[in-house]
Ligand binder design. Structure first.
Ligand SMILES: C[S@@+](CC[C@H](N)C(=O)[O-])C[C@H]1O[C@@H](n2cnc3c(N)ncnc32)[C@H](O)[C@@H]1O
Length: 369
């Protein structure tokens, strides 16, 4: 069976994810606002979940239709062939969100959709009620500008939960965003790589995983693993294929932070991610950064300071790091900050900028090339 697959993502990462999906063999991958689409069967679901570095989840889209009223929402959901994917004992909680639509009450939409799917399942399986004591098929809806899109979540835990980050420092980046920054910076294992504000180590760990071409989902479970028709063999094949694509090289990946506890946590996370040997951690003040290189990439996310006092401190850090940066040669810098005055404090306008969202926080990736 061929499915329409949808990968929701952080705004700004659609292009890189579509390119990554095409590399994984999904030739029809296309970027949309906040999501990437492609098509494939159960094997594709396994490969996408295991292999995609930057997407948030892999969803199967059951249908999309206009829904300006609860009746239209109910009818649109009821006519979809849920029984083709869900077994009769499927558990199917409904979650989602509404944006710029006539129907803006999420709890009401959830209730209506739940009722519509239950009705369809009851009549398709000729049963009086839905026991919902089987595998989990979480239904995710999006209602945007009066258009409903109804999907079933194949991932379960979101894809950024790789499983390696049990301890975290303040303001860690999502693993998917860290992977996105590494991808945009074009780092694939050549030359030196450094994150001098490494916190819990996410960027350096994602750089190491990307350098080795190690699939991020090799060691975790996904919701669809328990679905009939998505048997273990498919996942094992997808894992074996991913392992065959791994490289084993000599990489020069460095990460440091001024806080010794952060460095300790980052080391532990890297070990858990299986890249403990690849990333060289140290305690250091980024203001004193002066490592020589012939070809280097810095990808980093210094503090931006949400509160006023922290903002002042962040500005001082940008200034000091800007001075250090001007003494460097052969490094390219990709720095993520949500601070609107970053360039002024850093002391130089960026060569390029790119808007990205760190969760709800609008940021810029400042590029000095
Ligand atoms: C926003 S956090 C980085 C989070 C990281 N990207 C992660 O995913 O966990 C900023 C980090 O910069 C560190 N820091 C602050 N001032 C610094 C300095 N002068 N030199 C190096 N690190 C510094 C903080 O200790 C903090 O861990």
């Amino acid at each position: 069976m061929e499915y329409r697959l949808v990968v929701p993502c952080l705004l700004g990462l659609e292009g890189p994810i579509a390119a990554e999906a095409r590399k994984l063999g999904f030739a029809d991958a296309a970027a949309e606002n906040g999501r990437v689409r492609f098509s494939g069967g159960a094997g594709a679901v396994a490969r996408a979940n295991i292999g995609l570095r930057m997407g948030e989840r892999v969803l199967i889209e059951m249908g999309a239709f206009d829904a300006e009223s609860f009746d239209a929402l109910f009818e649109g959901a009821r006519v979809l062939p849920w029984e083709a994917l869900l077994p009769k004992n499927a558990a199917f909680p409904v979650t989602g969100h509404c944006l710029n639509s006539k129907l803006m009450s999420v709890p009401d939409c959830q209730r209506i959709l739940k009722k519509a799917v239950a009705e369809r399942m009851k009549s398709a399986f000729r049963q009086e009620w839905c026991p919902e004591d089987g595998p989990l098929y979480r239904i995710r809806f999006q209602l945007m500008k009066d258009r409903a899109s109804l999907c079933v979540d194949t991932s379960g835990e979101p894809l950024y939960k790789r499983g390696y980050r049990r301890r975290r420092t303040a303001a860690p980046l999502r693993e998917t965003l860290a992977a996105g920054l590494v991808n945009i910076a074009g780092y694939r294992g050549r030359g030196d790589f450094c994150d001098p504000f490494c916190g819990s180590g996410t960027i350096a760990i994602e750089a190491a995983l990307a350098a080795m071409n190690r699939a991020p989902g090799l060691d975790r479970e996904f919701a669809a693993m328990r679905w009939p028709g998505f048997d273990r063999k498919l996942w094992e094949e997808a894992r074996a294929e991913a392992r065959e694509r791994e490289f084993h090289g000599d990489y020069r990946i460095f990460a440091s932070d001024i806080d010794p506890e952060a460095v300790e946590i980052a080391r532990e996370n890297a070990r858990r991610a299986g890249v403990g040997e690849l990333v060289r951690f140290s305690v250091a003040d980024a203001a004193g950064f002066r490592m020589g290189t012939e070809r280097g990439t810095i990808v980093t996310n210094p503090p931006y300071g949400e509160r006023l006092n922290d903002r002042k401190a962040a500005e001082g850090i940008y200034k000091a790091f800007g001075q250090a940066w001007r003494g460097l040669e052969n490094w390219k810098l990709y720095l993520l900050s949500g601070h609107t005055e970053f360039e002024r404090c850093f002391g130089a306008p960026a060569d390029k900028k790119r808007k990205l969202y760190n969760g709800m926080l609008k940021c810029d990736l400042f590029m000095y090339l």
